[in-house]
Design a protein around this ligand. Sequence first.
Ligand code: IMP
Ligand code: MG
Length: 336
Amino acid sequence: MSCTIVVGGFFGDEGKGKIVAHLAYQDHPSIISRGGVGPNAGHTVKMGEKEYGVRMVPSGFVYPHARLMIGTGVLVDPRVFGREVEMLGVGGRIFVDYRCAIIDEGHIERDKSSSHLAKTIGSTGSGCGPANADRVLRVARLARDIPELGPYVADVPLEINSALDRGENILLEGTQGFGISLYYGTYPYVTSKDTSASQIAADNGVGPTRIDDVVVVFKAYPTRVGEGPFSTEMEREVSDRMGIQEFGTVTHRQRRIGQWDGKMARYSAMVNGCTQAAITGIDRVDRDCFGITEYDRLTKKARDFLEQAEEDIGCPITLISTGPDVSQIIDIRGEI
Ligand code: IMP
Ligand code: MG
């Protein structure tokens, strides 16, 4: 590993943050930088007894030895950023690219009061769509214009590319998921930007030739929050009976739950340029797999599922998450 991108293969909330945390502890990146849309992304991080809902700080913050960065393409809400930096105590090691566009109160109002965005699309109401629209119209403010961000602004592409020149490992975090990409998702029921690996590289100012690995994260049972088509969606009654219930980190809306979608997984792997796949929630395929850390101890049911998933994706599955804790994972990257 030298420069690795982690992205979501379905509709977001695949458990990318946990995969990022595992890779960080294993591979010791000097920088963990996020791409993606902005504070519409939510990631729940469990640290000991505490649980944090993080929206701006990269989810890799749990690994204390990396500098944390927010790439140029990402929208920054300075209020959310300020609260999280204080809550997590990461002030000394977090940086924001000076060209990040800013979410103002007005963007949030427009997002929440537009019946098209708030109701038809089911946006998160975090102001991202209107802020990206203003960025394209070239009337947005940038991070360099915001005095409170002064201590944090940096040239993120320069930091990352210089670290790569020194031979350091870099992790680039995607947010959202393939199915809600502005380009490749279920338009118009999508977010306000592409979410594929190429976009995450561009968000951080890293050229395609410098990317070594693209890890696409798939959930054994995909979920979707907000409106839009979801071809493998299950009746709520069925998912409830299976004991699967999830709520969004940003909006607390109940997530829709679906069956594995092999066709979507394959297309998503193709556009993302997947080199390795991660599967999360294998303990939902078979409860007996909860917490297991060795492949050979997985049940036959789980191994059959993984075999089919690997065939669908067309790439080796090298990471298998067996529970919410960072330690609950099978890592067979060395065996391929
Ligand atoms: P927006 O990005 O807030 O405009 O919302 C557009 C659509 O994308 C809605 O269906 C949201 O629920 C969905 N969405 C945006 N960000 C995320 C995310 O991080 N995870 C899951 N769904 C998201
Ligand atoms: Mg999320």
